[in-house]
Ligand binder design. Structure first.
Ligand code: GRF
Length: 204
């Protein structure tokens, strides 16, 4: 994927950064064969950026105030391209990306979502699952397109909804699966042994 050296991940986050932390720990212990080239947040006070600082990873933010989505995304895309990022991983990045941004990272832009898509896209997916009364939910890693929580699915993990579940206990169990399958999906994409047929991501 990268020109002869280790592939470089770009992480985009807006909040706590536990998925970023799980990915970073897997990189540090060698379970993921890549480097984290940049951690970006649209929120200067995101706890995830503090984690990046603690880990000694390059990080930054661009103030979005007064900027339209297209202009902001164009600046973020050129920042990441300037840092020679090969694969962009959204990890709790609370913005829908413009078509321009998506086109800059073809098949190199991933997201994690806390439901079994296409069920419960958008905000508060765990709450939506509880409210709906499903007995099974989970999480999904997918390629990103211009629609919300859309794009071909790489991996999913099921999580049963227990009678005694609260929003907190269910979210916790889903999160543990998120941390596991995000790294697995990144490793798969870095290996490059997949092909996309329609909406299906298949092993080659
Ligand atoms: C996760 O639940 C992820 O699935 C969703 O946003 C949340 C981010 O959590 N897209 P964290 O910041 O990685 O802890």
């Amino acid at each position: 994927m990268n020109r002869g050296s280790r592939p470089r991940l770009g992480i985009l986050l807006s909040g706590r950064g536990s998925n970023f932390e799980a990915i970073a720990k897997n990189v540090f212990k060698g379970s993921l064969d890549c480097d984290i080239g940049f951690v970006f947040s649209n929120k200067p006070d995101a706890p995830g950026l503090e984690l990046a600082r603690k880990f000694g990873l390059p990080y930054g933010t661009i103030p979005s105030a007064g900027m339209g989505r297209a202009e902001f995304d164009a600046q973020v895309a050129s920042l990441l391209l300037g840092k020679k990022i090969d694969l962009v991983c959204l990890a709790g990045y609370m913005r829908i990306l413009s078509g321009h941004f998506v086109s800059k990272f073809p098949n190199r832009l991933l997201n994690i979502h806390p439901s079994l898509l296409p069920a419960f896209p958008g905000l508060d997916a765990q709450y939506q699952a509880l409210q709906h009364g499903v007995k099974l939910t989970g999480c999904t890693v997918h390629f990103v397109d211009e629609q919300l929580d859309s794009g071909p699915i790489l991996l999913q993990a099921p999580v049963p909804v227990l009678d005694e579940d609260t929003l907190e206990t269910l979210s916790q169990r889903i999160l543990a699966e998120e941390h596991r399958i995000y790294t697995e999906a990144i490793a798969w994409v870095l290996e490059g042994n997949f092909r996309i047929e329609g909406r299906r991501v298949l092993r080659t």
